[in-house]
Design a protein around this ligand. Structure first.
Ligand SMILES: Nc1ncnc2c1ncn2[C@@H]1O[C@H](COP(=O)(O)OP(=O)(O)OP(=O)(O)O)[C@@H](O)[C@H]1O
Ligand SMILES: [Mg+2]
Length: 310
């Protein structure tokens, strides 16, 4: 018995493709001028039969040339020109569709390959005895999965660009699931207007959000039962002569940065990754301070960054 998948593949391949507009115009180009010629001949012959003496033969010849030959020829040329225009558009559309399919396929494969790398590292992690090595492997797995999530959204979303609000939701939720302690209630709110980024910038953005949220969970919420993280994303309106920028705030309700925290001196690998990605890949600026959520009196850590959208 055939599987339903094979059947549906056969059904799809058996379904005739709808005729393209250019093919319909080509058919009209063959039929309409001939039909017009036949009509004119019919009219002229009928008129000659009914009023044989009315027209001078020369007049008849001129009329026949004009309406019987000229009009169908003009119609043929016009339809041929329209057909060429439509064919050119169809070809351009076909090429764009092929590029889109290839891009989607590429993003899909990149995501799968990254997933495989993450799985291999997870196997390594299961064998590791040293807690330090295990922590490093866990961090690497989360970072690789974050890049995979960015590529997955690039596949699902508008081709080649992804909405970073959705990306921030996905990445922060992944980090929460991977790192929140059992029994801890962590609420993450992501708000903002849709901002679209291309593949490289979207990946950098995803990694930054992953590091910032991971830091909150690891340092800010180490010993708390309840915590809130607010991620806000905003974009400038495009103004003449000014570059459009995106502004991102990641604010938590945790214990905050310790007294005398120095962003340069105290940065570990996580914050160095954050700074490098924001400055190099996003051409932006980054700051980390203590701040408060609007409706909460406690001071937590507040990371802010902005970058141009062009
Ligand atoms: N949200 C936060 N709340 C409190 N302290 C923070 C927060 N984010 C960062 N820090 C402080 O900044 C330091 C550096 O963070 P960073 O991410 O660079 O390194 P790490 O988290 O210690 O290690 P890793 O390289 O695994 O990320 C942390 O050790 C912590 O003291
Ligand atoms: Mg960190």
């Amino acid at each position: 018995m055939q599987s339903s998948l094979t059947q549906s593949v056969e059904t799809i391949s058996a379904t005739p493709e709808p005729r393209r507009l250019s093919e319909r115009v080509a058919t009209l180009q063959q039929v309409l001028p001939l039909a017009l010629l036949a009509l004119v001949m019919f009219y002229q012959v009928t008129r000659q039969l009914i009023f044989p003496a009315r027209d001078h033969p020369a007049m008849f010849a001129v009329e026949f040339l004009a309406f019987g030959i000229g009009a169908p020829a003009a119609l043929w040329v016009t339809l041929s020109w329209i057909g060429q225009e439509i064919r050119a558009r169809e070809t351009a559309q076909d090429q764009a569709d092929t590029r889109t399919r290839m891009l989607l396929e590429m993003q899909h494969r990149i995501k799968n390959n990254l997933q495989t790398v993450a799985d291999l590292l997870s196997l390594e992690l299961a064998r590791t005895k040293s807690p330090d090595a295990a922590q490093s492997l866990r961090d690497s797995v989360t970072r690789i999965k974050t890049i995979a999530a960015a590529h997955e959204l690039l596949t699902a979303d508008q081709v080649g660009a992804t909405d970073i609000v959705a990306l921030a939701e996905r990445v922060s939720e992944n980090a929460r699931l991977a790192q929140a302690h059992p029994g801890q209630t962590i609420q993450i709110r992501v708000s903002g207007e849709p901002v679209r980024l291309q593949s490289k910038a979207a990946t950098a953005f995803a990694l930054v959000i992953n590091e910032l949220v991971s830091n909150t969970l690891e340092h800010g919420f180490a010993n708390v039962a309840k915590g809130e993280i607010e991620i806000g994303i905003a974009a400038d309106d495009a103004r003449p002569n000014a570059e459009r920028r995106a502004y991102v705030i990641v604010q938590d309700s945790g214990v905050g940065l310790r007294d005398g925290f120095d962003a340069q001196r105290d940065a570990g690998l996580g914050l160095r990754i954050v700074r490098t990605l924001i400055e190099k890949d996003l051409r932006g600026v980054f700051s980390l301070t203590n701040g408060a959520l609007p409706d909460l009196p406690t001071l937590g850590a507040r990371a802010e960054f902005s970058f141009p959208l062009t």
